[in-house]
Each structure stands twice: as C-alpha cells, then as structure tokens.
Design a protein around this ligand. Structure first.
Ligand code: NAP
Length: 275
C-alpha cells in the first residue's frame, strides 16, 4: 500500500506546528511541515526532530500561486495526492495596529480567505478517497456572522450559495471597507471575522460539492475553531497552549475511516456548533 500523507499549511510555528507534532504521533504516514520561508520551516523540523519526531518539509506560501502549484505537483508526483490537508495558515492585525481599515481588510482577506481558497482550488482535486480536509477558521466567524445584516446572514447560511457568490461577497466587503462604507453595507467592523466567515462558508460549499460530485469517496471537510490559543496572533493571556489548540483540527483530520460526519460543519471543542 502506498504511503499516506498529511499536509499542514503555515506549520512552522503556533497551532500549525502543534498540529504537525500531534499528527507525527497519531497518523500512520508522512507528515509535512509547510512554510512560506524555507529557513523557518527547517527550524521547525529541527525542533520536532529534537522531540524524536520525523516530519518532512515542503515550501508553501499560500499567497503565491506558483508556490501552491509547485507544492500540489510535488504531492501529486510523490504520493499521487494527499490524504489529509489542514489549511491552518492565517494572519491577524493586532487590535492596536493603526493601518487603515481598508488596507487591513484587503490584506487579511487576501491571506485568510482568497489564498486559502487558492490552496483548496489546487489541492482539493488531489484529496484521495477517504481523505480529510480541515480549514482552521475561528469562533469570530460565528460571532461575526451574528453582526452581519439579515441580508448577509441569509447568504452565509444559504444551502445554495455558490463559491462564485461567496467570492463576490468577500470582494464586496474589501471594496466597501476601502471606501469606508462596510458598516452601511451590513458588515461587522472586523476584517478577521469576515475573512473567517468566508473560510467557514467555503468549507460548507465544498462539502456539498464533494457529496454531489464524489459521493463514493467519503471525503470529509470541515471548518473549526482551535479555541483561544497562546500564539503570536493571540494575546499571551489566551487559555490554551498550541498543543491544546491542535486537538480539534487533529480530531477532524483523523475522523475514523468510513465516518460520514461531521461534514460541512463548523466545529469547536470537537463539537458541531450552530451556524
Ligand atoms: P501564528 O503563530 O501567527 O501562526 C500563523 C502561521 O501561518 C505561521 O506559520 C505563518 O508563517 C503562517 N502564514 C501566514 N501567512 C502565510 C502565507 N502566506 N503562507 C504560508 N504560511 C503563512 O498563529 P496561530 O494562532 O498559530 O494561527 C493558526 C491559525 O489558527 C490561523 O488560521 C488563525 O487565524 C487560527 N486561529 C487562531 C486562534 C488563536 O487564538 N491563536 C484562534 C482562532 C483561530 P510565518 O511564520 O511565515 O509568518
């Protein structure tokens, strides 16, 4: 039988590194640290080596389409696809950051939503039967949803929303934020939350598509919140360690063979949450 493989984006530090650590212990296959910076990625591999773990490494900058295509071609060539994909890479401006809101909106959505979508566009066709895809979203996607206008909430909860419609809505947020009109447009005043609404809804759209187009393959895709975790994104006072933050993403990545759910859900603390 061919070697199984798990790929974790943005895994040179924080929750991503902790996910790789847990998968190295629990997953029977090759586990890849991926990082936009080769040096930082190799340092992360050394850290895990010093713990007796043996992850592999591949460069992957999710903001660089060529990097995504190169990585996808590598995993297709070496493993004929991937078994586990965890989209963990993400960014957040500090609350104290004075960068204009419109710029924060554009930069945050570019990585957290549009680049994550690019990874999915190129990697989802490579996910093998029985595969697991986990998109690291945030509890702020759920709280941000409640602060959207009724019209937007309806779109984001719709069972029929298409990927193109979601992309257009995310772009509308960026455009309105740049003009200072996002509040009139019905959006919350939080770019990060909007970017993660996009990640959660995209996971639901892809789940419906996989069920329709590859019903026999048993691939499960979900969005999750890792909790509030002590990393560079969050304040030092956050209650969870990175290893604790990895628990729910790893649970979803290792859902037992033959499992049919959760699929297309938003999951936190290993429980499906209302959306
Ligand atoms: P972190 O320590 O800042 O780690 C973020 C990771 O993403 C880093 O490895 C970073 O790489 C990588 N990254 C950023 N842009 C990238 C790009 N263009 N290409 C590839 N990698 C990129 O933060 P974290 O808390 O572990 O965050 C991991 C995920 O959890 C994020 O999606 C975040 O939104 C989500 N999350 C975190 C919390 C929390 O409380 N910490 C709560 C909810 C959700 P560099 O080192 O090169 O910057």
């Amino acid at each position: 039988m061919s070697t199984k493989v798990a790929v974790v984006t943005g895994s040179n530090k924080g929750i991503g590194l902790a996910i790789v650590r847990a998968l190295c212990k629990q997953f029977n296959g090759d586990v890849y640290v991926t990082s936009r910076d080769v040096g930082r990625g190799e340092e992360a591999v050394k850290t895990l080596n010093s713990e007796g773990l043996k992850p592999k490494f591949h460069q992957l900058d999710i903001n660089d389409l060529n990097s995504i295509k190169n990585a996808a071609a590598y995993f297709k060539g070496k493993y004929d696809g991937v078994d586990i994909l965890i989209n963990n890479a993400g960014i957040a401006f500090k609350v104290s950051d004075t960068t204009p809101f419109g710029v924060q909106a554009e930069v945050t959505l570019r990585t957290n939503f549009f680049a994550t979508r690019d990874v999915l566009t190129h990697f989802l066709p490579l996910v093998k039967a029985g595969g697991r895809v986990v998109n690291v979203s945030s509890m702020l996607s759920a709280s941000g949803l409640k602060q959207c206008s009724p019209e937007l909430q309806q779109h984001f909860r719709s069972e029929d929303i298409t990927e193109d419609e979601l992309v257009a809505l995310m772009q509308r947020f960026v455009d309105e934020a740049k003009k200072g009109e996002h509040k009139q447009g019905g959006w919350p005043d939080m770019s990060y939350a909007v970017s993660k609404i996009g990640v959660t809804v995209l996971s639901m759209i892809h789940a419906r598509r996989l069920s329709k187009e590859r019903p026999k393959d048993g691939i499960l895709i979900n969005a999750c919140c890792p909790g509030w975790v002590r990393t560079e994104i969050a304040a030092p006072g956050a209650p969870k360690s990175p290893d604790e933050g990895a628990i729910t993403p790893v649970y979803l990545a290792l859902l037992a063979p033959g499992a049919t759910e959760p699929h297309g859900k938003y999951v936190s603390d290993k429980e499906v949450q209302p959306w």
